[in-house]
Design a protein around this ligand. Sequence first.
Ligand code: 3H9
Length: 699
Amino acid sequence: MSSVVEVTQDGSVRVLSIDNPPVNGLGAAVRSALAEELTKALQDEGVEAIVLAGKGKFFCAGADIREFGKEPPPDTPHLPDVIDALEASTKPVVAAIQGVAAGGGLELALGCHGRVATADARVGLPEVTLGIIPGAGGTQRLPRLIGVAAALDIIVAGKLVPAPKAEKLGYVDQVVTNNANVIDAAKDYARAIVAGDKPFRRASEGTVEAEATVFDDVKTRIAKKARGFEAPYAAIDAVRASVELPIKEGFAREREIFVGLVDSVQAQAQRHVFFAERAIAKIPDVPKDTPAKEIRRVGVVGCGTMGGGIAMSFVNAGFPVSVLESNEEYLDRGLEKIRGLYASSVSKGRLSQEDMDQRMGRLQGTLEASELADADLVVEAVFEEMDVKKDIFRRLDEICKDDTILATNTSTLDVNEIANATKRPELVIGTHFFSPANIMKLMENVRGEKTSKETIATIMKLSKQLGKVGVLVGVCDGFVGNRMLYAYRQQADFLLEEGALPRQVDKALFDFGLPMGPFAMMDLAGLDIGWAIRKRQAPTRPKELRYSPIPDRICEMGRFGQKTGAGWYRYEEGSRTPVPDPEIEALVVEVSKELGFERREISDEEIVERCMFPLINEGAKILEEGIALRPGDIDIVWIYGYGFPRYRGGPMFYADTVGIDKIHETMVRLYKEQGEWMKPAPLLTQLAKEGKSFKDYAS
Ligand code: 3H9
């Protein structure tokens, strides 16, 4: 018996079970054990059929992603060869799928002659989410089993499909109920093939054809979502090969495309994101077994835009929620807005009326703070005013039961100061949701100096329960995301003074891969809040620091962004499309003149560097101050909070691809030109000097 493939026998059926925790990844050892055990089974006269299974929770999550991009390349046998041998077997092989069959795991199953799955199993080809394409026959076998259009849907979306749907489509042959033993069912299926009661079918022997337009149609459909990504388009080319080439040549074409992508920067970036997303849950001093409190009831203070969105997030995840407001008018308005959002989802067919009713049923509005007394967690989401927040926390501290966790949704204020207003600072934590909170996945969970490990463990777990991505950060102005955003935004303003226009800056950063540029983003968020903060900070702002007056001048014109129909751009009635406004462009030119700038041509490349490098520099400061645990945590904040292109891996991964040297050099120049706040982070200087990267720093 091989240690990574368990071999058992039931009559004439040999069962090969992959045993490679945690997810039965197809590393070199598993591949060679499978090949070896298959040969043995074929040679054994006592074996008439084979069942391929996976031990533990999952059938198989595919290739071992850690093997990609390594030198020397992975050992033989390669997965496509193992699968070809499996498919060529003269004895029927049936896959018994439970949990997940993903990527190479599904490709392995597609090489079998039958597939039996549990009803709750999920089966799909998520390779494009890793910047690659299925590389072990998936793009050739799946279209032959279910047709080109359906195969394209699955391969290009990269989503895992529930087994019952896969059965309808035709790439799972039989679904068994959860409790049934899927291996027994697979054995029966294998015996039925031997008896001639079920077909002995090899997927690669099937035929395939497609309308010529199907490929362009998919490209059009994914254009917006897949902007900038290479893999989905490469996957379409591979599926096209299944129609245009004989099977052997199709396999070769698939392999060629796969090999061309697997070491690409995009694939490296997306692998980094895959592991970074899993690393965020690992907090060195809060071990996995730290007890987490059970959260049964939730209170939310404030039913404005943020409070309402936060309440919806909890309600959507099944928590009963009480929302507290200070007066009836605000409460009614807030609840009405929530009802309206759900109703709109119902009218678009995204939510059933029954679901909406259940969700609204879990939501209760109140004007009485005492109603929050029994909550296990209260999230405060009122406006950003320290005294107001402290006052609320003092009251909550008195009203709530002793072990209620009190969380603040502040985006800038000192969580320690808020915590110290209570007698339970160990139960106080920041939960910084991003707007719209019911949709955006990021939560910056802000650890105060006295926050207990149990509170941290509870909130990190809760983020997952809410379907969010929780990143633990430390206390500082703006935490990780907004602190870095500030550096980026400032440079955008300075570029205007020096010669660029808002539309040019926005286009350069949109083309870089962000969902929108900084000026369109400000118009969306509203300009008035930043203006109020700047006015408050004005008396203490060091005079020697460069400061752009343009944003203030725009606010003075009463232009607060989309909500007033005008900001950096103007907006037609009822439209959210920014239209460049000659009035603003004239203002920009005028300010340049007033400040004595001779306007110059600014390239898109310079715009990207000027906005991105200071942002990365700030990220380096955040790392060395311990505000973020790892460069990957910062990347996750930017991907989920700000739409940073996943195929660039987040700002810190992107920095490594640009070269720390180059970024450091630019920062040294900006420091000379703009002064203290552009000072290169000591960590950046150190990495540049040592010829290292953020990846080296992380490991
Ligand atoms: C492929 O197959 C290419 C082929 O077409 C061609 C080849 C020639 N490899 O997500 P979790 C680790 S590409 C290595 O927290 P869950 C993961 O890092 C592959 N490691 O659990 C984590 O480690 P740690 C296509 C992997 O229950 C641990 O397992 N396949 C792999 O929430 C638990 O993972 C995919 O893209 C892997 N393939 O979700 C599927 N998968 O504990 C990728 C997981 O140290 N995997 N790990 O942090 C998944 O989607 C989810 O892991 C799965 C389980 C749904 C399976």
